[in-house]
Design a protein around this ligand. Structure first.
Ligand code: FAD
Length: 314
């Protein structure tokens, strides 16, 4: 067991940021606004950094407990990757001016865990934090899941950019959509979000307001555990392959003028293994990459940039 003095010393040594605000959506879903001690970082929309807390910090009571935590681990940090999200609009429902933001927003779900797996280490600790508390924020912002690959498309008013996320996979899309709207992008933007319950859509109200002001933006939601959808689930893959999505947006997706961004659950994305240049698709339901490659789209692979971009969270 560490003493209070030892814990204070470890916090002083490792923590370099302050949690300035927590916007709680419900007990296991929240937006964390964090202000770094270091100068506000330069990064691209869609990139991620790390958040960290010491193993000495308390855990949320609802998460599977960590039994037999090794003594030597107690003074270490647990760090995980988090995409930078964005509040998108200010209190007057207008697009946030970039200069006004002095915090980083992260959209995070608390993982409860289950008896058969190693208990989740970071999120049960993050969800114990209060406004004003300190934590570790990585100084390196990185990742290729960005909109820089579509510079030519941004200039084209006939283009279509689709963001599809499961759960908190919406986070990086919020930053990218804010960026596109702030630049005055006139092409069509669609954001599709699949969650368990309606209450898991923390940004929906903002998007409903935005849709009124930006007719080129549409926000699509799918739930899988509400009573009306529990026995009739529509996943993102179904919404796309059935043609319902194209019907809803009133146009077809074509590789020449469409970019698709996929983030979150690996089953939704469906990344193939590549052996000797051949794609071996995951078993079970087709993921969006396979569905779209069968329609002539190409995924990013190594240094080759396609029109399907993806980031898996686990
Ligand atoms: C590049 C990148 C960016 C990420 N950005 C985010 C983000 O913005 N918001 C976010 O909530 N998570 C994000 N994650 C996941 C995050 O890094 C952690 O894995 C997650 O918060 C769980 O950490 P943990 O220590 O509590 O659990 P761990 O001990 O790491 O347990 C991991 C298990 O939790 C589950 N899991 C992980 N992430 C999620 C999730 N988002 N939703 C549902 N189940 C999940 C999976 O079953 C996984 O096997 C990102 C991951 C990567 C690789």
């Amino acid at each position: 067991m560490l003493t209070e003095t030892e814990i204070a010393g470890l916090r002083e040594k490792h923590y370099n940021a302050t949690l300035t605000e927590i916007i709680i959506q419900h007990e296991t879903l929240a937006c964390f606004r964090i202000k770094p001690d270091f100068p506000f970082p330069n990064f691209e929309s869609g990139q991620y950094t790390t958040l960290g807390l010491g193993f000495w910090e308390p855990r949320h009571k609802d998460a599977i407990p960590e039994s037999n935590l090794e003594e030597k681990k107690l003074s270490r940090l647990v760090r995980r990757a988090y995409s930078v999200s964005h509040p998108i609009t200010d209190s007057t429902s207008n697009i946030f001016d970039s200069k006004e933001i002095d915090f980083l927003e992260f959209y995070i779900v608390m993982v409860i865990g289950n008896e058969n797996e190693t208990p989740p280490a970071l999120t049960p600790r993050l969800f114990m934090l209060q406004e004003g508390d300190r934590l570790h924020l990585g100084e390196k912002f990185t990742g290729d899941y960005t909109i820089h690959c579509m510079e030519e498309i941004v200039k084209n008013d006939n283009s279509l950019v689709i963001f599809a996320g499961t759960g908190t996979g919406e986070g990086p899309h919020n930053h990218m959509i804010w960026n596109l709207l702030q630049q005055g992008y006139k092409g069509q933007i669609a954001s599709i979000n699949c969650v368990r319950y309606k209450r898991d859509l923390a940004y929906e109200n903002k998007y409903r307001d935005l849709e009124k002001k930006h007719p080129n933006l549409s926000y699509h939601t799918l739930t899988t555990r509400e009573s009306d959808t529990l026995h009739n689930k529509t996943y993102i893959q179904d919404y796309i392959s059935s043609g319902s999505f194209e019907k809803k947006i009133g146009r077809e997706m074509h590789p020449e003028d469409t970019h698709i961004f996929l983030c979150g659950n690996p089953s939704m994305i469906g990344i193939p293994k590549i052996r000797d240049g051949e794609k071996i698709w995951p078993e079970g339901q087709k993921g969006v990459i396979q569905i779209m490659e069968e329609r002539g789209f190409t995924m990013d692979y190594a240094k080759q940039i396609g029109n399907i971009h993806y980031e898996k969270y686990w």
